[in-house]
Design a protein. Sequence first.
Length: 128
Amino acid sequence: MRLAPFINDIPQSRGTSVSATSQQLLNEIRDTNLSFLMLAQSMIRMDKPQALFRLGLSEAVADLIAQLSPQQLVRVASRNLMLCTMRFDDELVWSLLGDRHAPGQPSEQTADRLHASVLMAGLHAAMA
């Protein structure tokens, strides 16, 4: 798969060509996009309602992803933008999610994780 059509979209600095680091970054973005699309497609085909919730996708987008051929997956993944994003920009959710999970945790930490799950489910419901 050639990335040449998409390399032109990358902002160039000081008139230089795309460096090896930029090319490596593009390759990593493509690989991440392809992994995400393959995972999403598999999840959608196995359990669509759960996939919609876990991936934060609308039903229409999920239907499109489920129908993509392998060639189309590769073509879509080759864009120079990440297809998956961080779903939460709320500092509270990140602080609750960031707590380490260890066996025998106090019930307060378990409640924090439950609270984070409730907040995330609420965000998903609000987006739907």
